[in-house]
Design a protein around this ligand. Structure first.
Ligand code: ADP
Ligand code: MG
Length: 251
C-alpha cells in the first residue's frame, strides 16, 4: 500500500528553483534513500512533505489524505515524523529530559494540580518514562542520561535525535543526514538501528549526500539534482547510472 504520495512538488526561493515537479511514491514498509549533491533540494523535499514549509505547487498525500497544507505537529500526531539536518535537542537539558520531553503533549495535562490528575494521566506519565528509558538503553545512551546534551559528541546527538523522534511512534520516519559528522563506528550503529526499525515494519526515508553510505542500507534510491528527480531505482542500478555519476562529478 502507498503510504506517501508526492505529486509534482515545486518550491522556489527567490531566484532558486529548489524543487521542480518532483513526484515520488513510498510504499508501506519501504526503506528508501534520498541522495543528491549539496543544494539538490533534499532538505526542501523533507520540509515540504513534513509541513515545515508549504510548497508552491504540487500535492502531498499521506495515508491517501491530502496533507499539503498540514502543520508539522498534526502530521507528527498522524505518524509522519522527521529529524532535522541540524539536530534540535535542548542543550540545557539532560539526555533523559530531552527524550521524555519529546513525548507528544497532551494539552492541559501538565497544568492540572496533582490531586486532580486522573489515574490514566499518571499511568501515561509512567509509560512515557518507561518508553524514554527503553529508548535511551537501546541507543546505548544510558551512561549519559544525566549529562547535558550540550556535552555530547555530534554522533551521540544524532542518536539522541533518533531516540527523541521515536518517542512519537512514527509510521513514516524521515531522517535528514543521520550520518553527517558521525564517526564510522557510530555510523554503523545508527545504520543498524535504522535497519532494525525497518525490519520491525517502520517505513523510513533517509537523506544522505554521499552516494555509497546509503547504497548498502536501503532497498531503493531516489536521486535529486538541482531540484529535479534524476533517477529512482534499485541502488545497484542507480550507482552505475551515467546521469548519476555525472551529477556527482559535476558537483
Ligand atoms: P540539500 O538538502 O539537498 O543540500 P536544500 O533543500 O537545503 O538542499 O536546498 C536547495 C536549494 O534551496 C539550495 O540552493 C538552498 O540554498 C536553497 N534554499 C533552501 N532553503 C532555503 C530557504 N529557506 N531560503 C532560501 N533558499 C533556500
Ligand atoms: Mg540538506
Amino acid at each position: 500500500m502507498t503510504l506517501l504520495n508526492v505529486e509534482e512538488l515545486g518550491k522556489r526561493f527567490g531566484g532558486i528553483q529548489a524543487l521542480e515537479d518532483v513526484s515520488v511514491s513510498i510504499d508501506e514498509g519501504e526503506l528508501v534513500g534520498v541522495i543528491g549533491p549539496n543544494g539538490a533540494g533534499k532538505s526542501t523535499f523533507f520540509n515540504c512533505v513534513s509541513g515545515v514549509i508549504t510548497p508552491d505547487s504540487g500535492t502531498v498525500r499521506f495515508n491517501s489524505e491530502d496533507v499539503t497544507e498540514a502543520e508539522p505537529e498534526t502530521l507528527a500526531r498522524d505518524g509522519l515524523v522527521r529529524t532535522f539536518q541540524h539536530t534540535r535537542e535542548l542543550q540545557t537539558m539532560t539526555v533523559r529530559e530531552n527524550v521524555r520531553l519529546a513525548a507528544p503533549n497532551h494539552p492541559g495535562e501538565r497544568t492540572l494540580p496533582a490531586l486532580l490528575r486522573t489515574k490514566s494521566m499518571t499511568n501515561r506519565e509512567a509509560s512515557v518514562r518507561e518508553q524514554a528509558d527503553d529508548l535511551i538503553e537501546s541507543f546505548e545512551l544510558s551512561h549519559l542520561v544525566d549529562e547535558y546534551s550540550s556535552s555530547l559528541s555530534g554522533g551521540q546527538r544524532k542518536l539522541l535525535e533518533l531516540a527523541r523522534t521515536l518517542m512519537l511512534d512514527p509510521t513514516l520516519l524521515m531522517l535528514d543526514e543521520p550520518f553527517a559528522g558521525v564517526n564510522p563506528t557510530l555510523t554503523n550503529e545508527i545504520a543498524d538501528h535504522i535497519k532494525q526499525l525497518n525490519d520491525g515494519g517502520m517505513t523510513i526515508v533517509v537523506i544522505e549526500h554521499e552516494l555509497e553510505t546509503l547504497a548498502e542500507l536501503v532497498d531503493r534510491l531516489i536521486v535529486l539534482q538541482q531540484g529535479k528527480l534524476l533517477v529512482d531505482g534499485e541502488p545497484d542500478e542507480v550507482l552505475s547510472d551515467e546521469r548519476v555519476i555525472e551529477a556527482y562529478l559535476g558537483g
